[in-house]
Design a protein around this ligand. Sequence first.
Ligand code: C2O
Ligand code: CU
Length: 455
Amino acid sequence: MISRRLFLASTAALAVTPRLALAAPQVLRAGVTRAQLAPDGYGDTEVWAFDDRIPGPDLRVAQGARLARRVQNDLPVHTAVHWHGIRIDNAMDGVPGLTQRAIEPGESFDYDFVTPDAGTFWYHSHQHSMEQVGRGLKGPLIVTEAEAPDVDRDLVLMLDDWRLDPRTTEFAPFGNRHDLSHAGRIGNLITVNGVFDWRAGVRAGDRLRLRFINAASARIFTLDLRGLDTWVMALDGMPLTAPLRVDFRLELAPGQRVDVIADVTAPAGALAEVVSLERDGGYSLAAFDVAAGGAARGAAPVALAPNPVARPGDLASAPLYTMRLEGGAMRGLGPSMHEGRLTEPQDLYAQEKFWALSGHVDLPDIPVIDAARGDTHRIAMVNETAFPHGMHLHGHHFHVLDADGGLGPLRDTVLVAPGQTRQIAFVADNPGDWLLHCHMLGHAQAGMKTWYRVS
Ligand code: C2O
Ligand code: CU
């Protein structure tokens, strides 16, 4: 049968992706091309990609600078680009139907925005996301600090999960009812930076900055870093106030990022590895070949400079919106509002709508929060479903509140386990209409999305 093992079992040689030296491109072209996602010995895959690359080009910009790209749509379908985690001008957020019209085939759209925060972000299609992101329309967006931390290497590791038909190595069909109503489109091939067997050379003692981005449609990664002494430096682009030593595993929901600083403790001649922990064992996702010649730092890393995010006001008096996460297999929906009408579950399922937020399937007519600019708001996300959900706010980062109500780390995507309630708080200081949705892209497509307004 078709399984990821088919890929993982093969002893793939390192796939070398040619890196073309391009003059600073002002155009970011979305088009159809082919890429070698599967291990050597398997065929390549027709993908949808930015600038013919999987992942798309590594966009780098200094904190506070402008990023301008003309997105040229050479796809056979409409598209739009969302800059995930950037606290952006609303008109540049890339959400068809809310902030812009989708870009028609043959047309282009000029994105131009300031990047207020330094950190690890990413960009991806926001039109029919499950299919378009699932076919490859995504890439890293790195906003650099004025003062970079003291490291020997700064590496992006974009984690991805593809579902291919192993006989043809083309994409399996998108959007079956089972994916939409269960955990989403879980793949059968995991890549790092678009290759099956990603490797890099390092030296014993080197200090690495590793920027993990979970670009998968649905898979939650649980990472174990071996041969590395690791500190978490930032979550979803936002620095922690103090580096957090990793004596536990790193979990990344779709959409989330984790920046770590990792000292290579594996000796010369050995391998350091990033291992993905799964029900049936651990799989090496990325390997570092360790050579001699590095020099250990000895001291723990110092925190990255904080980003200019407004600190929430008094939480107890801040409005609290309770958002119930509803639906999916094993729970189902009750009669829910959809396109302005109360709709029976069987009619929703017939339209492949399986999820709701507080009784609404897809975007309600009015925003769930109508915030005055500058006010602090809270949202309690109550997961009444049988599945985890990675809930993402556009336009703002938020604090995840800890068990005793204190301000936890800043994030733009929070994982809410089945039965769990997570409360978040943020200062609504970025005007516009913003999406709030599950980043398991099949769930969003099947109804788990809403919006809020800041004016
Ligand atoms: Cu990363 Cu609404 O998306
Ligand atoms: Cu979800």
